[in-house]
Design a protein around this ligand. Sequence first.
Ligand code: HEM
Length: 445
Amino acid sequence: MARLLADLYREYGPVFAVKFPFYRKRVFVLAGNKANIWFNRHARTNLRSKDTMMGMETVLGASRSLSGMDGAEHYRMRKAQHMAFTRTRMNEHLGDMFQAIRLELDSWNEGDELVARNACRRIMSGQVSELMVSLNLADYMDDILAFKNRMLITHVQKALPKFFLRTPRMAAAARRIDHVYSMIRNSHTLAQRENKPRDLADDLLSLHAGDPQYFPETDIKFATIIPFVAAMYAGTAMAFAVFAMFSNPDIYQRVRREAKVLFANGDPDPEAFREETIDNAHRLVLETLRLYPSVPLQLRTVMNNCIVEGFELPVGSRVVLASTAVHYLEENYPDPQTFDIDRYLPGREENKKHGAYGAFGFGTHACLAPRVAEYQMAISLLMIAYYFELEILPSSYPLKINPFPTCTPRKSLKFRVKSKRPITSGQQAVASNACRRFRRSEATS
Ligand code: HEM
């Protein structure tokens, strides 16, 4: 998608109109560094997010959500949620995150063939759910993902009629989402949360208790479930990153060396994860998100007539910011098709050019968790490199990508576990997680 948008930018310039088969009106696409910079500065006064999210919010019974709010109320909600997406919070939950990663890695055995995107989504969703709601919800991700994808197609892209969200499969997924929400509520009573590190669910429930008019009961479910959708994006990105790491033996060796220093004596302290100690893993993440951005664009509606690069955008029209088209421009990244983690080294720092790196979006709605997502991915890659040697299946696999509803590697991308180092320090973690799952299923029944 990003590459296609870059080609269109080169042919038609920074603003052009596209007609999609499933959408009757023209959609204006903004692309290029200057368009990204314009969006960063002026989107808040001229474009709104509400219309894009409205359909999805209604499906889950919400009146509004962080992603669908605009102006002052969005600012307030973002501020209220900010703390949950910081490194400080991540550090407080680091032990549980290690456990969540180990739980998944422990189930990979020599000779196993893993569907890349499923295995990596489980890794990311386990740790994101630990961080956000202090539960490991990896087992529920398939349902949340299926429901979210169908919502996108029926209620945002409008490529299918809305009743496709009411099939028996989707009804079952909706029931599982309700179940997830009741688990979150049941595990977040005041008594249960005493002396526990705070999480997003705590913050949201406090916000509701403090101002039930601003943040009513109806809106809590959507707000607690939506971060798992973000976890899917991170999971998809992880699948690309693992593919890139094992397709480039030199990168694998560099990440493995960093991993040995960090993990040789058990789990490292949060302070051990510094820019210099995870440098290669971090640059691998940056380059993966440049070449395979899992969120390649941002959708908006024009609420005030405005001019972008000399073109007028009429009120009411739909706009796509092709935020990642810049990733494929030669003037930003020489030889842009080549996977090269050294682009980010001092002296080159190609991503620092204004408007040239759009993996986490631009403007007031830009990703709330870019640093956390980068760290989570880097830590997961380090742990995979420490414990495993994987092979890409088939061996000379030409990477195939599904562009809709979001960019993911196809199911045909697999990893075979060639060798595995015993996950000794994780045994306790695995056992305690198994107990947790047992307690959870007991509570359910
Ligand atoms: C590689 C992983 C990720 C990528 C590429 C990514 C990218 C993005 C992008 C492009 C947006 C802006 C969407 C728009 O404006 O329409 C966004 C928003 C957001 N992301 Fe991420 N994200 C990632 C991971 C995460 C994770 C793990 C979390 C939470 C744990 C998260 C939380 C959020 C939130 C809360 C917003 C909405 C912010 C707002 O509307 O004010 N993201 N993300």
